[in-house]
Design a protein around this ligand. Structure first.
Ligand code: CAA
Length: 260
């Protein structure tokens, strides 16, 4: 299926979603969010895809935020609907079993930073810039930035960045744990694919359960989280991949996982 504002490519077990509105530095309007939502449904339902990479088109921007020209004349109701749509789409990324890597290739501002925050792993090019500049526009982050940024980098630093509309360059984002690695721009996609392939080689159901255990466990107290972990650990024993993985180890051969 062709999309107007995004490009979806599939390469063996990987899918690459490129946000593609270069004239607006890949800013997100309603149609772009709906395209992302449709792509996520496609990926969720495609058993061949094991890992999704999200990036932006061009060499300058990942996503420069929600589309300011599109939302500037909203009334209160429209503003709430637009925030909730973005929140829902990004939450779907976060809750999807398949891991999602953000390959942040430039500006990740406002909704762009929030999109990256909803991914499991963030990799950045040296020219990447992260920030939540919304209060400089008279609003606050609306796609989860006030919640996910403090959870990831701590409340004090998140407040400083959000209250002052300050950006973080790639290596500063690395220093505070907002990104896992920084690469030269030309290397970013190669490295993102390398990591994605390594993840895709593992037992897919186990990777999905690990994502669920971390995601759900981080929201609750430690005892409840341990229960979630042991439930999901034991559910792995309902898969053939558990038998294959452990038998392969004992038989000193490489496992052949089947995603089940
Ligand atoms: N929305 C709409 N258009 C945008 C945009 C955005 N978020 N960001 C950039 N553009 C457009 C510009 O208007 C410009 O269009 P024209 O060529 O038609 O004038 C084009 O993209 C190129 O941008 P610039 O000329 O500004 O490029 P630059 O290199 O000088 O600056 C930038 C780049 C620093 C990213 C700057 O464009 C910028 O500050 N953009 C806005 C960033 C921002 O405030 N994002 C937060 C949006 S609010 C939000 O996201 C709310 C939420 O949480 C839901």
């Amino acid at each position: 299926m062709a999309y107007e504002n995004v490009i979806l490519e599939k390469e063996n077990e990987l899918a690459i979603l490129t946000i593609n509105r270069p004239k607006a530095l890949n800013a997100l309007n309603k149609d772009t969010l709906l395209d992302i939502k449709a792509v996520i449904e496609d990926i969720k339902n495609d058993p061949a895809v094991k890992v999704l990479i999200i990036t932006g088109s061009g060499e300058k921007s990942f996503v420069a935020g929600a589309d300011i020209a599109y939302m500037k004349d909203f009334n209160v109701r429209q503003a709430r609907d637009f925030a909730q749509l973005g929140q829902q789409v990004f939450r779907t990324i976060e809750l999807m079993e398949k891991p999602v890597i953000a390959a942040v290739n430039g500006f990740a501002l406002g909704g762009g930073c929030e999109l990256a925050l909803s991914c499991d792993i963030r990799l950045a090019s040296e020219n990447a810039v992260f920030g939540q500049p919304e209060v400089g526009l008279g609003v606050i982050p609306g796609y989860g930035g006030t919640q996910r940024l403090p959870r990831l980098i701590g409340e004090g630093l998140a407040k400083e960045l959000i209250f002052s509309s300050s950006n973080l360059k790639a290596y500063d984002a690395y220093r505070v744990g907002l990104v896992n690695h920084v690469y030269q721009a030309a290397e970013l996609m190669t490295e993102a694919k390398k990591l994605a392939v390594k993840i895709a080689r593992q037992a897919p159901v186990a990777v999905g359960y690990a994502k669920a255990a971390i995601g759900r466990g981080m929201q609750v107290d430690l005892d409840t989280a341990m229960q979630i972990e042991s439930d999901l650990f034991s559910m792995c024993y309902a898969t053939e991949d558990q038998r294959e993985g452990m038998n392969a180890f004992v038989e000193k051969r490489k496992p052949q996982f089947k995603a089940g």
